[in-house]
Ligand binder design. Structure first.
Ligand SMILES: *[C@@H]1O[C@H](CO)[C@@H](O)[C@H](O)[C@H]1NC(C)=O
Ligand SMILES: *[C@@H]1O[C@H](CO)[C@@H](O)[C@H](O)[C@H]1NC(C)=O
Length: 350
C-alpha cells in the first residue's frame, strides 16, 4: 500500500452514515488518504428519487440519518464492484445478512493487500455455533480483517457527543492507519491486538442486555441490573477465553468494546427494550420482533441460540447460567422469574 489510500465504506445505514461523516472529514484534511471516499448505498427510491442521487446532490442520507450533512467528498455509489474497485481500506458497516452476497460480488475485484474493518455487530450461525462476521469476510475475500466496536450509539456519534471506541487489529501499523482514518476529538479510539475478543464482546453483550430487560420487566432496580452487568461480563470473558483461538485478556474487557458497550446496551438499546416487553406482555420473541422491529431479528436471543450450541457441545452449559437462562427463557418456556434465581445461585468463580 503506497500513496494516498483509497477508502470505501460498504453500507450506508444509520451507523454507516455517521461513520461516513467522520471518515469524509478526516480524509479531506489528511495527505495519507485519497479525499474521495466511495460509499456503497443499497439503491432505493425515496419519493420518486434514487437515494444515491439525493445523497450526491443534497449530501444528506434523508432516509437513515436525516438532519446531518455528509461531507461532499463522500460519493454514494449503488454498484458494489464500482464502489470497492481499487480500495485500500474497506469499511464494512451494514446488516450482516447482506455480507455473503456482497462479498461474492466483490471478491474478484478487491486489492490483495486491502485492509477490511468490520463495524458490524452481530454474529452468524455456523455448524458448530456462532461464527464471527469478520471471519466470514476474511474467508470470502482473503484480506486482513480488523474490527471496531464500542459504546457508540449512532445518533450520538453523528451529533458529535464524546464517546470512546475500540479497534481490534493484529498489525500495529495498520491499527494506526485505521485510527488516523477514524479518530476525532469526540470519537476517541484505542487500538488493541485482540480483534476476536473485541468482536465477540459486541455480540455477547446483547445476551446480557436481554437479561437486563428481564429484570426491568420484573420491576427490579438498579442494584439488580448492576449484578446482571457484572455477572454477564464474567460470562463474556469466560466465553471469549473458550471460543477465541488467540489470546484473551481481561484488559480488553475494560475498553469501550467491553464494559462501556455493555453498560449502554443494558440501559438503552432494543434488546433490553424488547426483553422488558417480553416479560410485560407475555408475547413470544417472534411476535415482538414483528411488532416492535418490523420483523427484524433481535440480536440478543439469536446470539444466545448460537452460544448455547457451543456450550452444549462442550458440555459447559452449567458454567454459563446467565447465557443459558436467556436462551431457555426466550425459546424453551423457562419462567422469567428463574432469571433471578439464576443470579442468586450464580457461581462465584467461573
Ligand atoms: C457494476 O459495475 C461493474 C464494473 O463497472 C459492471 O461490470 C457491472 O455490470 C455493474 N453491475 C450492474 C448491475 O450495473
Ligand atoms: C504489518 O503490515 C505491514 C505493512 O503492510 C507489513 O510490512 C508488516 O510485515 C506487517 N506486520 C506484521 C507483524 O504482520
Amino acid at each position: 500500500m503506497s500513496g494516498r489510500k483509497k477508502v470505501c465504506i460498504v453500507g450506508s445505514g444509520n451507523w454507516g452514515s455517521a461513520v461516513a461523516i467522520i471518515i469524509g472529514k478526516n480524509t479531506a484534511k489528511s495527505n495519507q488518504f485519497d479525499p474521495i471516499v466511495k460509499m456503497w448505498v443499497y439503491e432505493e427510491m425515496i419519493n420518486g428519487r434514487k437515494l444515491t442521487e439525493i445523497i450526491n446532490t443534497e449530501h444528506e442520507n434523508v432516509k437513515y440519518l436525516p438532519g446531518h450533512k455528509l461531507p461532499e467528498n463522500v460519493i454514494a455509489v449503488p454498484n458494489i464492484t464500482e464502489a470497492s474497485d481499487g480500495a485500500d481500506i474497506l469499511v464494512f458497516v451494514l446488516p450482516h445478512q447482506f455480507i455473503g452476497r456482497l462479498c461474492d460480488q466483490m471478491k474478484d475485484h478487491v486489492k490483495r493487500d486491502a485492509i477490511g474493518i468490520s463495524l458490524i455487530k452481530g454474529i452468524d450461525e455456523g455448524p458448530d455455533g456462532l461464527k464471527l462476521i469478520s471471519h466470514i469476510i476474511r474467508e470470502k475475500l482473503d484480506i486482513e480483517m480488523c474490527v471496531l466496536m464500542g459504546a457508540n450509539i449512532a445518533s450520538e456519534v453523528a451529533d458529535e457527543k464524546f464517546c470512546e471506541t475500540t479497534i481490534g487489529c493484529k498489525n500495529k501499523t495498520h491499527g494506526q492507519i485505521l485510527k488516523d482514518l477514524m479518530q476525532t476529538t469526540n470519537f476517541r479510539i484505542t487500538v488493541v491486538e485482540e480483534c476476536d475478543t473485541v468482536e465477540i464482546c459486541g455480540a455477547l453483550k446483547n445476551i446480557v442486555a436481554v437479561g437486563a430487560g428481564f429484570c426491568d420487566g420484573l420491576s427490579y432496580g438498579d442494584n439488580t441490573k448492576a449484578a446482571v452487568i457484572r455477572l454477564g461480563l464474567m460470562e463474556m470473558l469466560a466465553f471469549a477465553k473458550l471460543f477465541c483461538k488467540g489470546p484473551v485478556t481481561s484488559a480488553t474487557f475494560l475498553e469501550s468494546c467491553g464494559v462501556a458497550d455493555l453498560v449502554t446496551t443494558c440501559y438503552g438499546g432494543r434488546n433490553r427494550r424488547v426483553a422488558e416487553a417480553f416479560v410485560k406482555t407475555g408475547k413470544s420473541v417472534e411476535e415482538l420482533e414483528k411488532e416492535m422491529l418490523n420483523g427484524q431479528k433481535l440480536q440478543g436471543p439469536q446470539t444466545s441460540v448460537e452460544v448455547y450450541k457451543v456450550l452444549k457441545q462442550k458440555n459447559l452449559v452449567d458454567k454459563f447460567p446467565l447465557f443459558a437462562a436467556v436462551f431457555q427463557i426466550c425459546y424453551e418456556g423457562r419462567p422469567v422469574r428463574d432469571f433471578i434465581t439464576c443470579l442468586q445461585n450464580h457461581p462465584e468463580h467461573l
